[in-house]
Structures are given as structure tokens and as C-alpha cells.
Design a protein. Sequence first.
Length: 696
Amino acid sequence: MLQLRKITKEYKTKQKTKVQALTDINYEFKEKGFYAILGKSGSGKTTLLNIIAGLDKPTSGEVIFEGQAFSSFKGKDFDAYRNTCVGFVFQEFNLLENLNVYKNVSLALELQGRKATEAEIIEVLRKVGIEDLIYRNIYELSGGQKQRVAIARALIKKPRIIIADEPTGSLDQEIAVEIFEILKELSKEYLVILVTHNEEYAETYAEQILHLAEGRQKEEVSLEEIEEENRVELEYKKSLSIFASLKMGFTNLRINVVRLVICIILSTISFSCFGFCITVSSYSEREIALNSIVVDDYINPNVIANWDVGENGRNSLPITKEKLQKINNDLQKNYKGISQVYAKSCFLKSVFEHNNDQLSLINPCGGLEVNEEYLTKLGFSLYGNFPQVEDEIIITEYYYHTFTRLGYKEDSIEIPQEKITKDILLGKPIYLSGFKSENPKKFKICGIIDTGFDVKQYDALSRYDVNSKTYAHDFNLVQQYKNASYHSLVYLKEGALKACFEHYDETNGYTYIIDEMPKNKEKVAEIYDYLNDISSLNNRYVFCTQLIPNINDLIVKLKLYQFVSGILGGIASIFSVCLLYSLLSFTIENKKKEMGVLRALGAKARTIFVMFSSEGIYVNFVSLILAYLGSSLIVLYFNHFLKYQNGIRVEIYHFNVVQYLILLGVAIAVTILAIAVPVIKVVRKSPAEAIRMEIK
Ligand code: ADP
Ligand code: MG
């Protein structure tokens, strides 16, 4: 059945010296029977056995199994051969210590993608006389019992050849005899090839003996010619499913828990760092602007300005009537122009006397000419009257509120804050001047409108320490009222500006334009994109959102963060590759023997690959899940930090689907990179080498 033809094996040691382990071995094994390979230690017995088992390849010569030469075998043929034809019994048992007898035996079948039935297992255990130990753990067994389990494990596959390498080397004499008896019994059904250095046993039990000395055989053997017709097809068994291999790798192989945990922690940190970095790298100015409108419930940024953002910083450019017309036509909106006016005295006096109080406006945002219909349409309720003549104005609740906090001072009239009521303010004078600083003109308050200003927010503000971050944050709330809303305007009769200010020049255009904000993000986005389209580099049309006062500073910062995080992200991903690589190299170094044993039991290279990757896959999987959490938290914290540092309410960064997917992709790439190299390095070695690793 099995012929060895002129087998020679030469090892190269690490020091590059050559060791001639076998020289010109010719031998023939029949279908059944008990064969012994006898020789002193170092005579080449294990080497020869490994070659017969397909675990190692001869340097020259040929092994012929059922008419087929090993030299014609490919990798999968060797797997099939080991899987179905050979049952291996080692001197050191090589059982998986943390599994019980049942599982150790069934493992041999599982590696072929098949589950053993209990009856099958009991049957093989009965053959070796230990059916009562079926659910014992391996560490609870004696050496002789362990070797019986190992023989049962070899038998469960129903192999044709049982190969045993000094199976009694670690056993007492009496026990050794029992094992020999079992093997002798089995040799009636199977071809048993046994390696031993014990001449007495060999002569007692074996029918044929191959004597080895220093790699040479003593007896002359002449081989029969092989007839090609006798060829037998190998059976290609399925291999363990990927999932089962992963599970088995993780539960059955020795794993150092402390190292695993440390690795998961470090890996989580580096993935989280990476997740954070890709988030910071992928901010969008547009999203920030739109979201800032959303967090404000679409209330405030209904004002559009046109800025020259040239080298001299930001200057307001007038929006001409034609431009306004065009914007209204294009957007199907009803924007109205706001002209800049300056308040004299009353606001200034009060504010300067309270010079810590930066919350109050020195100037209104501008003057808006309206008719009653327009105010009604906006839904603002009016206390008092609509302007009947050109020099009457309406102020807002926001100004009223300022007066209630700071009092009113104008001409010779002085009203302390506690006495301020709406009725008292009606009819009181306010001095305004137009854009080209004419002499201030006297106006009379004729009404107060409620623009929906949130007084409570403003109140909270006055309680903060002026130097605190919270103050800086909430101060911006006030800034936005100033820059971007109906709250901080004064309202005049139509045509009043021209009538009151000599140099009022409406052909120049307006400082801002204002309309109601659409109450939905897509509609806002349409306007935003439209403004972007009509903007050029130095001539930008922008929403006056709460971000506007410092958006340029903010963008500079964000760009810096983007740059730094790009570098950091790169480092983090390289770090995680190295980390995983070193974990796996280390683990695999410790598991080489198990790997060799599994190969000898018939596991395919792919199964081994997946099993030994399982730890790495597990580490990365757990780290990835934790990193999703970690990244979200860091992003959350960083947003929080930015909000207070910059006095904004909008979330700058978003860790969402795109980032999830990028992180997932990177984790997979890292896993493959880090796993593939060390595992492939070991899988490629011959199983024989791997098994020897620990035996020596
Ligand atoms: P035995 O099983 O009879 O004790 P081996 O087959 O293990 O002997 O070894 C035969 C010879 O080959 C010994 O001299 C041994 O040192 C050498 N040898 C075995 N494996 C290797 C190897 N991987 N590299 C170099 N030399 C080896
Ligand atoms: Mg040996």
C-alpha cells in the first residue's frame, strides 16, 4: 500500500550546517499489519514517520501511496491524505488539555466539517477500553489513559494507517504493554506503523521491523514495481466552517487573558483616536452653518449680509435694490432691506454707566420701514400704535427689556430702571442718525412690538461672571439677536428714512436684508447654496447666524485641527497594526505546537489560518465596538469644548454613518494586515517543524 523509494532527508540548521537525517530508505508497507521502525535516538525515526504522514517532504526520493506519488500531490491532496488516511499518535499525547475526552475525539472529525455522534465516539473509546471516561477532562487522566484517548482520536476518522511516534515513551512499563496490546489488536484491521527505540517491544509485537541507524536502514529491501491501475482516489473532505474555526480557535487554544485585555484596551484607544481623527478631518462648513440654524429653531438667521472678506478683514458691502430684487425673484422670497441707523444718547449713556454690562446693545441693528400689514403677517403683536408720522418709531421687547435693566436717560428725562413700564416709555424721545452721521434726529416711541425674544435666556446671562466661558458662550446669544433677527431693529413708517435723514441714500442699497426663515432644513439649505452661488471670493453673501461673529476664526481653528488629526489618525492606524501584529506574532509563537498537532490531525491550512486569526479578529471586533462608543464620546466632549471655547451652540463634528464605515473599513484592513503576515509565516512551515518546536 505504501512504498518508500530512496528517501533521503537533509536538514539545514540555522547555522547553515547540513544534517543528513535519512539516506536512501527503501521500504514497503502492506495493507495491514504491525510495523516497527527501530533505532536509537537521533537515528531519523521521527523524520521518516513525518514523511510517511505527509507532514514533511523528503529532500529526494519518493513516497508512493496506493500507486500515487507524493511528488504529484498538491497542498490540498496532502490535507486530504492526512485527513482521511492517517491517524497520528504522538509520544506527548498532544491532546487539548482544556477539553474533555469526548471533545478531543470529536475534534478530529470536526476538522473535517463533520460532527461525530455519541455512538461513534463510544465505539472507538470501547476499542481502547476507556468508554467510561468519556466526559472526563484531559488533565484528570493518567498518562496511559491519555494515550488511549489519543489512539481513539486517531481511530475516529477510520484511517487506513495508524502512525505512532514512541507512543509509550512517556509511560511506565506496564502501561506501555497495554498500549502495545491495543495497537497489536488494531493492526489486524489497520496498517500500524510504530516508532520505538525499545528493541524488546519491537521484537515482541511487530511483524516487520525497519532498523534505522544514523539515517540508514540495515536490511536490503527490493521493491515491487507499481502498477498504475491500482491508483485509489483520495477523498476530499469538507473543512471546518469559518465560523466554527473562529470559535474553536478562540475557545480551544491557550489564550493569555491579561495580554488579550491589554491588547483590547490599547486597540480600542487607537481605534477611538482614529475615529475621532476622521471625524475632525471631515467637518463641513455648510453643515455647520445649516446646523447652527437648526439648533436655533430657525428663528434667528433670517438676515443676509454681503461682506467683502478681502485682506482688510470683513467689511459690510451694501446690497443694492437691484440685487435685492434679483434675490427675491430667484428665491421666491420677500426680503426687505434694513438700513443702518445709529442711536445717540439714551442707549449709550445707560450702557456706559454700566460698563460691565456688555449685554446691552449700543446700537440697533438697523431701521426697517414697514406697514401694518407686514407686521401683522409676521405675527408680531403691537403695544401702542403704528407710526402715524415720519418721526415716530416702534421699538422691540428687547429694547424695552434693556431699559428695564439699565433705566432710561434722554435730554433732561431720567427714569430709574425699577420705574420703567411700557406706558412710561411711549412718547419718550430717542435720537437716531443715519448712515452718513448727520446730526441726530429726534424720534418718538409710539409702540413696542413683541418679536418673540426669549427674555429668560437674557436674564440668565446677567448672572454670570463676565470672565467666565459660560458668559462668552451666552454672550453670543445676544450677539445673534443683534446681528440676525427682528429683535434688534427699530421700525419706521414707510418713507421715513428718506424724510428724516438728509443724506439718506437709498440708491446705495441696504446694509442687511431680512425675511422669515423657512422652517425646514432643506429650504434653508436651498437659500444657503443660492447665496454661495452668487458669492465670489471677496464678495460673500452670508446668513448672519450666531456663528457669524467668529466663523472665520473658527474655520481657521478647524483647519488646524483637521491637519493635526490627519497626522494623528495615520499614527493611530499604524500603531494598531503594529500592536495587533506583535500580539499575534507572540501568541502564534506559543501556539505553534497546537498548530502542528491540528495539521497532523488533518486540519487544512485554511482552517488553521482562521483558527489562529481568531484572537486577532476577536480583539479587533471588540475594540471596534468599543471604539464606536469611544469615538462618539470624544467627539461629544470635543464639541462641548468647542462650543464653550467659541461661544456657539451648534455641534461642529458628527460621528455618524460615514465615519462608522470608514472606521469599520480601517479595522478590517488593520486586522488583515496584522494577521496575515504572522499566520501565513507559520502556516507555511511544515507541520512537522511546528510539532517539534515544543517537543524539543
Ligand atoms: P529520532 O526520532 O530517531 O530521535 P529525528 O528524526 O528526530 O530522530 O532526527 C534525526 C536527525 O535529524 C537528528 O540528528 C536531529 O538532530 C536532526 N534533525 C531533526 N529535525 C531537525 C531540524 N528541523 N533541523 C535540523 N536537524 C534536525
Ligand atoms: Mg523521535
